[in-house]
Design a protein around this ligand. Sequence first.
Ligand code: 2IP
Ligand code: CA
Length: 377
Amino acid sequence: MADLLRLLLKVAEKAANVARVCRQEAPLFQLLVQEKTGDDKNKKFVQDFKTLADVVIQEMIRHDVGAQFPDMAEFIHGEESNKFENGLGESVIVTVCSTEEETAALLATVLDGDHTAASLLAKAIHQDPATVEANTDGLTVSLSPSELGIWIDPIDATSQYIQGREEELEEGRLSPSGLHCALVLIGVYLRSTGEPIMGVINQPFHHKDPAGGGWKGRHFWGVSWDGINVCSVSQPKDGEDRGLSVVLSSSEKQVVKDALALLCSSDKLMYASGAGYKILCVIEGLADVYILSEGSTFKWDSCAPHALLRALGGGVVDLTKRLQMTSEGQDHTAELTYHEPDTECKGADRWANRGGLVAYRDCSKLNTVIAALKGKL
Ligand code: 2IP
Ligand code: CA
């Protein structure tokens, strides 16, 4: 497990590099901010570049993990399909090739012969990242790769990534929108039960290097399995209870906002972009809970941060299921799982967290918000 964790930290850092390069290199940035519309869209293999950047990052992770852990190769899933089709019904499968030159040649076919952009992207994909430090001492989990599966969100909060607003982050405070909300999420689940057992989160745009070296990121990880709970984020200190704090999507239903306004002071009812970022706020203790009443997140959004919350003694529950339960306490029956599609749905919706969710660190806070929402949804 320590080997897998080190590899995931490394590929997440590589993914963060690709995300940074796409914003830093002018020929790639031009493509990133330009939306393809109408005729332009489907004539050749010209795609929205943001989708290509997502696919490339996802395929790079799949390639590197599959190479070291072949037993996992068939169980590495992500948000994007790697098949690109044009208006003539021709298709290109985007993969990471064995050499940088081959990858560049393949990408050039999807980028309508833009060799400059294709070469820059291929270079970032094939570059080894700086070593990622992680103290994995004592991480001896007896699971074999053939028991595990992976969910990848190559870039969560894509709209914030594209808009690219730079925020000065204040220590200990949630910052609602901006580049820092964009995250690379890699979660590992157990194939038999669907429990999330390991997660890696990389935040590619955390602060600007004061020496002018561009954006610097941060990473977080956690493992939770069979009594082993290790997380790179420390447990909160037992201090005074400063009242409930909640983070929501700005598009949350009014009835939820109203119910929570009765529980929280106005400065503790917060809004932020990015499903992954909102769960990260709970992990870091910047909010007690993240509530979402809609089925608008997917397994790739929640798997990685869910594993970190479990390692901290919390979790992520299905809101609809939890509202129907009569018992309180840490009952795992409503926890989200990651191994089974919803057979009543089609396409990506098969992997939606359809009943909404609540992410929490402390079960008593979960119980408080559930009691407040009972009968309201
Ligand atoms: C999105 C992204 C959005 C979020 C949505 C996710 O993923 O995180 O920001 O909506 O739920 O699926 P909101 O910000 O309202 O919570 P992606 O950017 O990868 O499509
Ligand atoms: Ca996402």
